[in-house]
Write a protein that binds this ligand. Structure first.
Ligand code: R5P
Length: 291
């Protein structure tokens, strides 16, 4: 196998190549003055099974196009199999028609990637596993929650309470609880599909005087974490931290979270940024070695 260093995840791809010992294939990419993307593989992939490591976080649309172009370039250059390693899978939240007239965005993305030549895909903590059913090839999600929980254990936060900010993330809090060894619970979140406005409800949680880590798959605007931190404070939590797999952290999300009294934000390198304190390289390297 060879690792293609996708332009959006070059550092992570380098780490995976170093861990697995697989050869690296660099990619030259640039944007023409009119805004169109260009890619070229700098190495032979003839007859090889290649893994393209390339995330599809912001700018999502151009990153999806880049992934498709790199996959097509690999197939044209004779790769026998193309595995896409997409740590953050964009558009997975639009996995069904919520309101009449919408589309299932992830279905279109999946079809495009198939046409480009991708044969199988790995992602990490996809927002909804239903999204993966839209792929016309094997699409699998891995979980980075144990890696995030281990970060907190190393930091001296064993026995911290793992909180899911909504019921859908309860499986995440439970995975963290297994490593942390403390309690786990969840809030309830309701979303108005027209305005996008969310409301959070906290039932009686056993967090008084405790360190609490709010675990979620994605932090985008930070609104969910800010709302959860407010409820935790009202219920007497001693210290609040937050961990997510995909730290999109749009606009002033980080400031809003810190202002809400959260001590630390921890994310993975699925979306590279200053809070990417946990690397996915061991998780993804192991998955590739198992192929
Ligand atoms: C949604 O259900 C996700 O799991 C996250 O809770 C959500 O994407 C976070 O968004 P925001 O940071 O904008 O509240």
């Amino acid at each position: 196998m060879k690792i293609i260093l996708g332009p959006s995840s070059k550092e992570l791809a380098e780490k995976i190549a170093a861990l697995t010992g697989y050869a690296r294939v660099p990619v030259v990419s640039r944007v023409f003055p009119d805004g169109e993307s260009y890619v070229r593989l700098e190495g032979s992939v003839q007859g090889e099974h290649v893994a393209i490591v390339h995330t599809t976080s912001k700018p999502q649309d151009s990153n999806i196009m880049l992934l498709a172009f790199v996959a097509a370039a690999a197939k044209r250059s004779g790769a026998k199999k193309v595995t896409a390693v997409v740590p953050y899978l964009a558009y997975a939240r639009q996995d069904k028609v919520f309101l009449e007239g919408e589309t299932v965005s992830i279905e279109t993305v999946a079809a495009m990637l198939k046409v480009a030549g991708i044969d199988q895909l790995f992602t990490v903590n996809v927002h909804s596993e239903i999204a993966l059913n839209e792929f016309p090839f094997l699409a699998k999600t891995l979980t980075a929650i144990p890696l995030l929980a281990e970060y907190f254990v190393k930091k001296g936060c064993a026995k911290a309470f793992a909180l899911a900010p909504d019921k859908g993330a309860m499986y995440i809090a439970q995975q963290a609880q297994k490593i942390l060894g403390g309690g786990a619970g969840s809030l309830e979140k309701q979303r108005d599909r027209h305005t996008g406005q969310t409301t959070q409800i906290g039932n009686h949680l056993d967090v008084k005087g405790k360190r609490v880590i709010i675990f979620d798959d994605i932090i985008s605007t930070g609104g969910t974490i800010v709302g959860a931190a407010k409820i935790l404070k009202e219920q007497g939590a001693e210290k609040i931290y937050t961990a997510c797999v995909h730290g999109l952290l749009i606009g002033d999300a980080e400031k809003r979270i810190v202002d809400a009294g959260v001590e630390e934000i921890v994310a993975t390198d699925s979306v590279p940024g200053k809070n990417s304190k946990v690397t996915l390289a061991p998780l993804l390297g192991q998955a590739l070695r198992a192929l």
